[in-house]
Design a protein around this ligand. Structure first.
Ligand SMILES: Nc1ncnc2c1ncn2[C@@H]1O[C@H](COP(=O)(O)OP(=O)(O)OP(=O)(O)O)[C@@H](O)[C@H]1O
Ligand SMILES: [Mg+2]
Length: 397
């Protein structure tokens, strides 16, 4: 069939009214089950509206717990107050990942022309100080995914110290992270500066996720297309996966797309379950692609061995799935490295690699009881071997 502009403009189809409502960029009118968290962030920032410096705040919680969307909503509310002496800047630190880039972005928000030319850091810093001081402005910097900032200690130190340089106005930071351990990487002084207040976002439970999904379903799907049980299952699966609202929304989107591609009129539990498998494979693909080369080669060797029809020494686990001798996978790995003109890593390294792959959820290992060649380690891949091979072959081309 020839393409139409309607379909390109996302005008809907037999399943979806508007699937962009399920995308991570869509912002719903009300944020459900986050009143307490919104209030906490707002009370941290409220002093700015009374001409006082807000405390620095660290927000953390697992992925998909609504940190970014809540922080943006609070900035919007702050902006809606139309208080000229308060400005909020939202920065995604994946894009602005250094002190220089962050300060440059702040300057460019104040004055688009200045920042384009390559000023030194101190010139940019002085510009920020000047601007805040002359306008007695309170600047709130929301630093999302703050853990990726390369010179974070220096950044925190600089922005904290800026308040000593300022005769009027202030700078405060709201850092956001989903890495539990990131605070430990900061030096003691910047840790205590950044974490004057801490707000933890708990994961959503299944009921809360149901509400978040239900809010979008009438806008995203055609009437009566998504079965209630499908929605409940998506919420339950995502609640089990650390309460991630993004994942719950992705499941509905994928389930709908699957139903559409199969020419179905309804989205049922089956499509949601299949969407889970597809979403897990997407995640695995991303994970595998990001592995260092030798980890990929080890996993690849396991996939090859597990598809080997010649492989006779059958051992099965409790679920009747085949397990493979780790020593034989090592031999295959070594042979493959040599064929590729690479030096294989030692057996000791190889055991480390197996451990790492297991921690990442990409393979399962069991120790055989006595009897099978003394004490052997048996392994099997978690994902289908052909899919693993395809991803790695594309990567190592
Ligand atoms: N309370 C909510 N109501 C409606 N939608 C929500 C809510 N919380 C999260 N979402 C949706 O879930 C998705 C993930 O939320 P968000 O981006 O805020 O997560 P996050 O905590 O910042 O995750 P990460 O740590 O991965 O950055 C977004 O698409 C958002 O629209
Ligand atoms: Mg986020």
């Amino acid at each position: 069939m020839e393409p139409t502009f309607d379909e390109l403009l996302n005008k809907g189809d037999a399943i979806f009214k508007d699937k962009s409502v399920l995308s991570p960029h869509y912002v719903p009118e009300t944020l459900l089950h986050r009143e307490a968290e919104l209030r906490k962030i707002m009370s941290c920032l409220a002093p700015a509206l009374q001409g006082k410096k807000p405390s620095n705040t660290l927000i953390y919680g697992k992925t998909g717990s609504g940190k970014s969307i809540c922080a943006k909503r609070v900035l919007q509310k702050l902006y809606d107050q139309k208080e000229a002496s308060v400005s909020g800047v939202y920065l995604n630190c994946r894009v602005y990942d250094s002190r220089y880039k962050i300060v440059q972005k702040v300057v460019s928000d104040f004055d688009a022309d200045v920042a384009k030319t390559g000023h030194s850091f101190s010139v940019l810093y002085e510009k920020v100080i000047d601007k805040l001081e002359t306008e007695s402005k309170h600047l709130v910097l929301v630093l999302d995914e703050i853990d990726v900032v390369k010179d974070l200690d220096t950044l925190v130190y600089t922005l904290t110290r800026a308040n000593d340089d300022l005769k009027a106005g202030s700078i405060s930071m709201v850092g956001i992270s989903n890495k539990v351990t990131f605070k430990q990487k900061l030096d003691a002084r910047s840790r205590s500066s950044l974490c004057e207040e801490e707000i933890v976002f708990p994961p959503y439970n299944a009921l809360q996720l149901e509400a978040i999904l239900s809010q979008r379903v009438p806008l995203a799907f055609r009437d009566n297309v998504l079965e209630q049980s499908g929605l409940n299952i998506a919420a339950a699966i995502a609640a089990g996966e650390s309460g991630d609202a993004r994942y719950a929304l992705t499941l509905l989107l994928k389930a709908g797309e699957l139903a559409l591609s199969r020419g179905m009129k309804k989205v049922s539990d089956k499509e949601v379950e299949a969407a889970r498998v597809a979403a897990d494979e997407d995640k695995a693909r991303e994970l595998i692609s990001s592995l260092p080369e030798h980890l990929q080669l080890v996993l690849y060797s396991l996939a090859v061995v597990s598809q080997d029809v010649q492989y006779k020494r059958l051992v099965e686990d409790d679920d009747g799935q085949k397990l493979f001798f780790s020593g034989e996978v090592y031999d295959r790995y070594s042979a493959m490295c040599k064929k590729m003109g690479k030096e294989p890593r030692s057996a000791r390294w190889y055991r480390e690699y197996l451990h790492e792959l297991e921690t990442l959820g990409l393979l399962i290992s069991v120790h055989s009881g006595k009897g099978i060649r003394g004490q052997a380690t048996l392994i099997k891949p978690v994902y289908p071997a052909d899919k693993i091979r395809k991803v790695i072959e594309e990567n190592l081309k």
